[in-house]
Design a protein around this ligand. Structure first.
Ligand code: GLA
Length: 380
């Protein structure tokens, strides 16, 4: 992949190599969905599939940016941003604006093997990768954690999605073969193994992304805040759903919707801790039950799933040799994450693709991955 990008770099920008090349991975999440912006816990990692960012400062005015996979290119004559309707360019522009608005014009080439819109956070990978490339170009020395927080601001202030810190932290700081148990309130984390002997994690991409994702996502975040405001009337010390116990929830009067949303968050936070124990004990049955329960919660209580995700999760959860599966990420499309016995990988993949094709008329994509490192320099 990187060689193809270098070739394209030279054919577009001439014989000089890029000043920096950065690899930014996609994000997977074992469990803990929609808990991050509720100051709860998550268990994400970085995947081996990545976006590469090749970057150089330009001596003449005007940016020149290329999105290799999309075959889109932007050139601005002056030293101003002219990204028009290109969403990818808006993320890059946001990263530059919030981190180093005076950097001057840049040559950038981005590309990789990370599917866009698959719920594996290709947009955060792009933002985090660009921030890291900018840091390398300018010689600044913030910690990766600070860069991750700037990445989150790009999503919130520039893109307008009220996201948490899970994606940016996993993309910036993950280590190979590990996932990170991250406390989204204190931002403390520890790395743990997600290995289960004889098993492997895979993703199955629905290849759909239903339109209203950003507004539905923000609506869920707002509903959680509304629930907190009501709970606070009886329990003033509560600042967030993180502070709410089951007893408190039983004590307050909430609409059905707000009760479902809150209960899901409390239960999902609890599942994260149970998952850590289940993985430490290599208890496959417990891991599977937690994945299944998480999917049910996301489907019926948090209501962020969709037919395609439900079909894949249901199919996987009934398949002999599958430990468990659930939708992953924001929802309304994207991927299912599934833990299965290695010896059924092939038969399961074929059966799952067939059944999905039968039902929806197109194939899902089975994605194999390793748990990889966070953002890093690549190539030069
Ligand atoms: C998206 C957001 C994350 C997180 C997940 C759901 O990926 O970017 O912050 O909220 O959805 O867990």
């Amino acid at each position: 992949m990187i060689d193809t990008l270098i070739d394209r770099w030279h054919s577009s920008f001439g014989s000089n190599d890029p000043d920096v090349t950065v690899r930014a991975p996609g994000r997977v999440n074992i469990i803990g969905e929609h808990t991050d912006y509720n100051e709860g816990w998550v268990l994400p990692g970085a995947m081996s599939r990545s976006i590469y960012i090749l970057a150089s400062r330009k001596s003449t005015a005007g940016h020149h940016w290329i999105a290799y996979d999309l075959d889109e290119e932007i050139e601005s004559v002056e030293n101003i941003f002219e990204y028009g309707e290109y969403p990818w360019a808006k993320y890059i522009e946001g990263a530059i604006r919030l981190y180093t608005p005076d950097i001057g014009s840049l040559q950038l080439l981005v590309g990789g093997d990370l599917p866009v819109g698959a719920g594996i956070s290709s947009s955060s990978a792009l933002v985090c990768g660009v921030l890291y490339a900018l840091q390398q170009l300018t010689g600044r020395t913030e910690s990766k954690e600070e860069l991750a927080l700037t990445g989150q601001r790009v999503e919130r202030e520039v893109i307008g999605v009220q996201g948490g810190i899970m994606d940016q932290f996993a993309i910036m700081m993950s280590q190979p073969n590990h996932v990170m148990l991250l406390d989204c309130r204190t931002r403390a984390y520890r790395l743990i193994s997600a290995d289960l002997p004889g098993c492997r994690w895979i993703l199955i991409n629905t290849r759909v992304k239903h339109a209203l994702i950003d507004s539905d996502y923000n609506q869920r975040a707002t509903q959680c805040k509304q629930a907190v405001a009501i709970i606070q009337e009886s329990f003033p010390a509560v600042n967030n759903l993180r502070d709410v116990s089951m007893d408190m929830l039983a004590d307050v009067s909430l609409s059905d919707t707000l009760r479902k949303r809150s209960l899901y968050i409390l239960e999902e936070n609890d599942r994260v801790h149970q998952m850590v124990n289940a993985l430490a004990m290599h208890n496959a049955e417990m891991v599977g039950n937690l994945l299944k329960a998480s999917h049910q919660g996301l489907r019926y209580m948090y209501e962020v799933s969709c037919d395609e995700l439900d079909h894949l999760a249901d199919f996987a959860n009934q398949y002999d040799g599958v430990v468990g599966a659930r939708m992953m990420g924001g929802g309304f499309g994207g991927c299912v994450i599934c833990l299965l016995k290695e010896d059924v990988l092939e038969t399961f993949s074929i059966a799952c693709v067939d059944s999905y094709l039968d039902r929806f008329g197109f194939e899902p994509e089975v994605i194999l991955f390793e748990l990889g490192a966070g953002v890093e320099r690549a190539g030069n």
